[in-house]
Design a protein around this ligand. Sequence first.
Ligand SMILES: *Cc1c(COP(=O)(O)O)cnc(C)c1O
Length: 435
Amino acid sequence: MTAHSNSQRLFEEAQNYIPGGVNSPVRAFKAVGGNPLFIKSAKGAYITDQDDNAYIELINSWGPMILGHGNTHIQAAVAKAIEDSLSFGAPTAIEVEMAKMICGMVPSIEKVRMVNSGTEATMSAIRLARGFTGRDKIIKFEGCYHGHGDSFLIAAGSGAITLGQPDSPGVTQGVARDTLTAPYNNLDSVHEIVKANDGQIAAIIVEPVAGNMGCVLPAEGFLEGLRSLCDEEGIVLIFDEVMTGFRLSKAGAQGVFNVQADITTLGKIIGGGMPVGAYGGKKEIMDYVSPQGPVYQAGTLSGNPVAMAAGLSMLTQINEDETLYADLSKATEALEEGFQANLDELGLGYTMNRIGSMISLFFTEEHVVDFDTAKTSNIELFGKYFREMLNNGVYLAPSQYESLFISKSITTDAVGKIVEANRIALKAIHYNTKS
Ligand SMILES: *Cc1c(COP(=O)(O)O)cnc(C)c1O
């Protein structure tokens, strides 16, 4: 066992001043048991905690650090930007460059507005869709996460056509009523909802590859079906690519599946580790945004020059790296094959979903295609697995319902170490399960 006394002490102190001791709930390790590690630094594939334990990490700050930690180009760009002051609240040249870069990389984005987080991007995108269509209701999918905006915190399983119920206290019934939910990958259900709410649906928002119920791929024809339904009904199709944007290809999931969104929301990788989000899409829709159009959306620190410097460096490196996505895919595939060999050797039931550098190991034998099937996973077993992996030097996302992210720093050597940790961890939980 490794020592965690500094993290322990910090967590106890943190709980006196910060709700739950953390600034974002999933960091608290509640889903896996134990206390969170307080992180001091990171470089490449490794993260170091306050007790100087080093771990290979597969979270990448929940996605952004696709090039690995401590990228020297991004760090240099930030250091240079800081010399000119940290914020102006006035237009800057780098915002133009950043917007041009995004429009160049994601074909469906003709104009883009920068914000400060993925949550802000999705909140703004649905306001825009409502303003553009003059309709109130939106459809989201069970198990898809779109940040913590009121409209998105609606319970799964409340029945596709029945009225949504608030998933969180503080979300009003009025807001909940306007959010309708359908099971992921279920086109028929979406058609039914649209029919029952004729002419009232402003937008359908979807993670084109879901990453927030674990990694769940779109079934064949699902995204295409949403696209044609939206075309027929004048509904705005929003792809929430906060996770998949610049992760699955330069053009995100859209670039992989060749289905274009009307509005795309971005976050995570786009800021290179700084708090950045963006939403963009068709000119005719984006021109509804203030001050060009009537839909109000603003931000004191939006397009912040230091954040833009980090983001632009990140996107430039991605754009110029011709083998990045093939390399990431290859490393992740090696991981998948290693895990599979370990699992099969022990005869453990599992499902593994992967696309590119997103991968989830579910402790269930069911095909995981939506939230209901994801929930068949053995959460207790995952918690044990998480703790064993940590003991063996690998830091996973502390929840079964997360995708792992592979960064460019995960080399063949790191893959070997992760697979070996996985073998030891699986053996440990296997024996525990039997005893
Ligand atoms: C992380 C995430 C968000 C929220 O982004 P924040 O920057 O955490 O507000 C929204 N949508 C998806 C798909 C995400 O993965």
